[in-house]
Design a protein around this ligand. Structure first.
Ligand SMILES: [Zn+2]
Length: 274
């Protein structure tokens, strides 16, 4: 693929980087990234991946834009309220960069559809930007079973965390094993989140996707990057691949996908134990 004159201009600041150059920019234009959840994390990730010239962007979301989304989901604007998030995001991506081919999936990921979505265009990398634990575990397991690299992101209040999985490295389940019981970890809709945190984490996730496509730099693998905005501190916590992991371990319990339910938290039983 030869870069056109307007592409040489558009991607000039990439081409100037010795780690990217014309060849790296061509890799971006040939790459296919799937963004699952075009909310707080997926919105900035979509913007930066589109502006970088990622040639194919798949976006998956079954929700419609709501007024309370606009505090952090920066790809959606006030007139987009009640539109599907995928059509709102697709319009902005195309306006930002017509080089990008956008494929929309107006649905939530389930055990039934996730493999078909990932295999649809044989995506190179997945951005996990969902807001619930069952989806996070499902995406982890699907990525492992389909041999795909992905970036996990999570945000709450003034904090965020992210890790990158590449086949062979520690997966999300190596660290968190299984979804926590309902109510133990509050969601952003219950506990709140500073909107700008979504930008910080989503942008890190986009950066990981770009580095993965280039094959350069050190990814957030075998560690978790934790961000505390109140202290304005990043901590990199080493993690290891666990032989007893239920999905990537030696004797895995999970060999096919299923939809996960978060067990109900039995507070009464907990208080007796304590
Ligand atoms: Zn694992």
């Amino acid at each position: 693929m030869q870069l056109a004159e307007n592409q040489i201009d558009r991607y000039n600041r990439h081409i100037l980087l010795k780690e990217v150059g014309g060849k790296g920019q061509e890799k971006f234009l040939n790459a296919k990234v799937l963004i699952i959840g075009v909310g707080g994390l997926g919105a900035p990730a979509a913007f930066y991946l589109a502006s970088a010239g990622i040639g194919t962007l798949g976006i998956v979301d079954g929700d419609k834009v709501e007024l309370s989304n606009l505090q952090r989901q920066i790809i959606h604007f006030t007139p987009d309220i009640y539109r599907t998030k995928v059509s709102s995001a697709e319009e902005k991506i195309k306006k930002l960069n017509p080089d990008v081919h956008v494929i929309t999936y107006n649905e939530r990921v389930t055990a039934h559809n996730i493999s078909d979505i990932i295999n649809h265009r044989d995506y190179d990398f997945i951005i996990e930007g969902t807001d619930n634990f069952p989806a996070k575990f499902l995406i982890n397991d699907a990525s492992f079973l389909l041999n795909k690299a992905y970036s996990h992101g999570g945000i709450l209040k003034f904090q965020g965390q992210t890790l990158t999985y590449v086949p062979g490295t520690a997966c999300y389940r190596c660290i968190f094993h299984s979804p926590p019981p309902k109510g133990v970890v509050p969601s952003c809709s219950e506990a709140g989140v500073l909107g700008a945190i979504a930008g910080t984490l989503g942008t890190i996730q986009a950066t990981e996707a770009l580095k993965y496509v280039l094959g350069t730099g050190k990814l957030i693998t075998n560690r978790i990057l934790h961000f505390n905005a109140l202290e304005m501190e990043f901590r990199s916590i080493p993690v290891t691949k666990k032989p007893e992991c239920p999905v990537c371990g030696k004797e895995p319990e999970i060999s096919e996908l299923k939809d996960y339910m978060q067990p109900e938290c039995d507070l009464r039983q907990r208080s007796v134990k304590e």
